[in-house]
Structure formats: structure tokens, C-alpha cells
Design a protein around this ligand. Structure first.
Ligand SMILES: Cc1cc2nc3c(=O)[nH]c(=O)nc-3n(C[C@H](O)[C@H](O)[C@H](O)COP(=O)(O)OP(=O)(O)OC[C@H]3O[C@@H](n4cnc5c(N)ncnc54)[C@H](O)[C@@H]3O)c2cc1C
Length: 474
């Protein structure tokens, strides 16, 4: 057995709980463990905390909330469960999904009451959710949540160690994870930088190192189509080294090849950018997406991300999302930034839009007229899109267009965990002393994660892992 205590004469430092990663999941775990009264160190390899969480849109999903009740929306954990399982094509681990949906309202409320996160006064519905149940943090940014988590981390006196790179687990002779080998003063530009530190975790280590969307080699190993030519919305730090260390000590890999592409992304900007806001909040809800060759619709725009991304990839080139002025007004969304960056274009007529994108105008006009009839009759006869109660026909200039081409966004796969957040080994036994939460844990979303469910996942399982790690015997 490698990296065991027996090889180590001394520890450089000792804490009760060591958390790897400072995104939503790691910070939630640390807050919960520290609140339970134990000492906690968070190790973060980058110069700034927050991982992908800090650049996210800050959309969180929860069922049965006060905001839904006020808006007259009937929802329940059962309905959210059914939506997640449907999108996940049944690959989701049912007990984990059950835990997530049942705790979704509680964790959303916790973010407000305990962390002080403020949300926009609206409840949105994204593809694959059968009712509006998504709440967006103020400034439409995950940084709003991360800022509040970091404030709580400071208030509780939790140690947050930046530029500290987790290298490997250290285990007892009986296989229990007893600590980590990390590197202080690490600089990402120099792989060999920093000094080794052995940090003992008296109670447990919590792995919250995020997904591997930017690890091109590792993602190609899982899905060879996802080479460097496919852009990603993730930060460059979203790499697989921590996950690989868990696999080395026999953690079960779950569904690693299920890598989500964001169908709302535009090839006309790098990374996540500003276009997804226009696609998700306006085009998919109130507009249409057409095939650039035929000017025809080809998919239910409110389908889950996998269905939509696969449909666009099948067309083989960027497709065109279209909405009109009424749709923008109806969404309550501000698209100035999208227009300024040139990702969304404005047109005074459909013909002008068609000629800019090289679409056959007559066919496009036919598609729009046909869709408008579906809106009036409240039934999409072609693709079964749910026509929202406030949807209006697309006929009010200016018209807006966006080119859509999917980008790697989320890695659904990761290590297997149980509902207590413990990492499971190849014999289906918990690896003693090791917990995981957030994007590095697999099986929750199955084949496809629904929009806004990752933040719920990170906060629910981060808190569970933190609480259970703190309760371990020293
Ligand atoms: C642009 C974008 C927008 C998104 N918007 C939403 C949204 O609105 N709603 C939603 O539900 N989901 C959204 N997601 C997905 C969601 O943000 C992520 O799934 C979530 O933030 C993952 O959180 P995490 O804590 O698991 O990992 P991260 O937030 O990625 O944190 C992991 C941390 O671990 C650190 N780390 C990694 N390896 C090591 C190591 N070896 N040593 C030390 N530290 C290490 C990383 O540097 C990082 O800081 C979005 C994702 C992106 C990229």
C-alpha cells in the first residue's frame, strides 16, 4: 500500500478536517464542519478561491419554496425528482437524487438565512424542469454566493490556504485516509513549485475539487469527441488530478464519460461569456432555434441540455437562436451586454436576420409563422415544447439572433458517494476517513444535469459531508 502512515515519521501539521477545494461544495463543507466545533483547513491550489463556482451564473434549483408559493407555482420534491431522473436517463443514483430534492428547499433557505445570500425576485424555468423552480443570485453570479460563504468562513475563523496544491492521500495501514500530502506556495505556471507539507486530518478529508471540464486529456479519455477544438465554459483549474488520486485508492468511478455540453453557448465568444443568458432566459423560453441550412426548427427548445446539445451537434454547424423584442421584454432580461459584445445581433426585420445568417428567408418565415400558431393554440405540434402561459408570437421587431454551438460545461461523473457523503470503494464499502461533495462526486445527475441543480447539489452534499466528517471519531 502506497503513501501510508508507516512511511511517515512526522506530520507537519494537524487539523480535524481537511477540505480540498474552495468552491460551493468545499466552503459549505468547511462551514458545516467548523460549526460543529472542529478545526478545519481548506486547501485551494489557485491564488484566488471559488473555482468554477465563482464564475457560475448563481442559479439554484429548489422545490416547494416560499417564492414558488407566492407565485402560485405548484411544485414538490417528487416532481423535481422525476424531472432529474428523466433528464438523467435513469442513470442517476436514486438515493442521492432523493436526498438532493428533499433538502433543496432547506439548503436554499439556509443560503438566505445563514449565509445572507440575496436573490433576484423571480422564479425561472429552464429546460427539463417541468415548472419554474430556479432562483438566481443577485448580479446573476455565483460570486454573490461565494462572497457570502467566504464571509462566513472568516467569521468562523476557518483557515483558507490558497496556492496549496493537494498531491495525494496519506493512509493508515488499514487503508483509512489519515491526511494529505500537499504543496504550499504552489504556482500553477510551474508544476514543480512549492514545498511539501504532510497535513494530518484527525477526523476526515473532504474532496471538493470540482469537475474536469478543462482537462482535455482526461475528458478525451472519457469521450474522444471532446478534443481541444471544443471550447469549455470552465476555468483552466478544472482538472482531474484530485479525482485521479481518489481512483488510485480504489474509489469507484461513476459515469465519467457523461460530460455535459452547454447548448446555449456561442462560438462568437470565449468561455461561458454573456450569450448563455440570452439563450437560456429568452430564446429557449420564448423564441426558436433553427437549422442554418433549412431555416427550420429541429428540436424542443425547452428540452434538457443533452437533448439540445446533441441535436445541435447533429446539424454539424452553429444553429441560430431567434427571439423578438416582446420576448426580451417578457423575460425581464437586459441584453445590452450581449449586443455590445456582438454575440447577439439586432435586426429590424426577419429578412435582414435571414440574410445575415445565410438562412433561406421563405423557409424561416414559414417556421416562425408555424411556431406562432403553436403559441396561439398553446400546443407545439412538432416538438412538444411547453408553451409558457406568458409566451407571445414572434412578430415584434427588432429581432435578435445568436449563433449556438455547444461547449463543455459540466462533468456529471466522479467518485461514487453514499448519502452520508462517504466515498465508496470497489468493494462497495466506504473508504474510511474520506468524503466527497460537489462536481467531483458522480451519479447524482446521471446522463444530464438540469440547469441550476449543480449549486443545489454542491450545497446539499457539501453540508452533509462537512457535518459527517466532523462527527467522525478522532
Ligand atoms: C460558467 C459556468 C456557469 C455555471 N452556472 C451554473 C448555475 O447558474 N447554476 C448551477 O447549478 N450550476 C452552474 N454551473 C455549474 C456549477 O457552477 C459547478 O458545478 C460548481 O460550481 C462546482 O462546484 P465545486 O465546489 O464542486 O467545484 P469548484 O467550484 O470548481 O471548486 C473546486 C476547487 O477545487 C480546487 N482544486 C482542484 N484541484 C485541486 C488540487 N489538486 N489541490 C487544491 N485545490 C484543488 C479548484 O482550483 C477549485 O477552486 C456553472 C458552471 C460554469 C463553469
Amino acid at each position: 500500500m502506497q503513501n501510508t502512515d508507516s512511511r511517515r515519521k512526522t506530520w507537519d501539521e494537524i487539523r480535524d478536517v481537511v477540505v480540498i477545494g474552495s468552491g460551493f461544495a468545499g466552503l459549505a463543507a468547511a462551514i458545516e464542519a467548523r460549526t460543529a466545533g472542529v478545526s478545519v483547513a481548506i486547501l485551494e491550489k489557485m491564488k484566488t478561491p471559488g473555482g468554477n463556482s465563482v464564475i457560475s451564473d448563481g442559479g439554484i434549483a429548489a422545490a416547494g419554496t416560499l417564492m414558488q408559493q407566492k407565485a402560485g407555482i405548484h411544485d414538490s420534491p417528487e416532481l423535481m425528482y422525476a424531472d432529474m431522473i428523466k433528464a438523467g436517463m435513469g442513470l442517476n443514483h436514486p438515493d442521492l437524487v432523493r436526498e438532493l430534492v428533499e433538502k433543496s428547499n432547506e439548503v436554499f433557505q439556509w443560503s438566505i438565512d445563514c449565509l445572507g445570500v440575496k436573490y433576484l425576485d423571480r422564479v425561472d424555468q429552464f429546460g427539463g424542469h417541468s415548472v419554474p423552480r430556479c432562483y438566481t443570485a443577485l448580479n446573476i453570479s455565483g460570486s454573490t454566493i461565494i462572497k457570502q460563504q467566504l464571509a462566513k468562513v472568516r467569521e468562523l475563523g476557518i483557515e483558507l490556504r490558497l496556492q496549496t496544491y493537494f498531491q495525494t492521500f496519506i493512509r493508515n495501514v488499514d487503508g483509512r485516509v489519515s491526511g494529505v500530502l500537499a504543496r504550499n506556495c504552489y504556482d500553477r505556471k510551474n508544476a514543480e513549485s512549492g514545498n511539501d507539507r504532510c497535513i494530518k486530518a484527525r477526523k476526515a478529508v473532504i474532496l471538493a475539487a470540482g469537475g474536469f471540464g478543462s482537462d482535455v486529456a482526461f475528458r478525451i479519455a472519457q469521450d474522444p469527441r471532446l478534443c481541444e477544438k471544443i471550447d469549455s465554459t470552465n476555468k483552466p483549474s478544472a482538472t482531474a488530478e484530485a479525482l485521479k488520486e481518489a481512483l488510485k485508492i480504489a474509489a469507484v468511478p461513476v459515469q465519467l464519460s457523461h460530460i455535459q455540453l452547454g447548448p446555449w453557448a456561442s462560438p462568437d465568444e470565449k468561455g461561458f461569456g454573456v450569450g448563455p443568458g440570452f439563450s437560456d432566459y429568452i430564446v429557449f423560453l420564448y423564441g426558436i432555434v433553427v437549422d442554418p441550412n433549412t431555416g427550420k426548427r429541429f428540436v424542443n427548445e425547452l428540452a434538457d441540455r443533452k437533448t439540445l446539445s446533441d441535436a445541435i451537434l447533429n446539424i454539424g454547424k452553429p444553429c441560430i437562436g431567434i427571439a423578438d423584442a416582446k420576448a426580451v421584454k417578457q423575460s425581464g432580461w437586459n441584453i445590452d451586454k450581449c449586443l455590445r459584445k456582438g454575440v447577439v445581433k439586432e435586426f429590424y426585420g426577419l429578412q435582414e436576420l435571414a440574410s445575415f445568417y445565410g438562412l433561406p428567408y421563405a423557409k424561416l418565415k414559414h417556421s416562425v409563422d408555424q411556431y406562432n400558431r403553436y403559441v396561439e393554440n398553446k400546443v407545439d405540434e412538432e416538438f412538444g415544447k411547453q408553451i409558457l402561459s406568458n409566451a407571445l408570437p414572434i412578430n415584434c421587431p427588432p429581432y435578435y439572433g445568436i449563433r449556438l454551438w455547444p461547449k463543455v460545461h459540466h462533468t456529471m461523473g466522479g467518485v461514487q458517494i453514499n448519502v452520508r457523503g462517504q466515498v465508496i470503494d470497489l468493494n462497495q464499502q466506504p473508504i474510511q476517513g474520506l468524503y466527497a461533495a460537489g462536481e467531483i462526486a458522480g451519479g447524482i445527475h446521471g446522463a444530464c444535469r438540469l440547469g441550476s441543480c449543480a449549486i443545489t447539489d454542491c450545497l446539499v452534499f457539501g453540508r452533509i459531508a462537512g457535518r459527517n466528517a466532523a462527527a467522525e471519531k478522532s
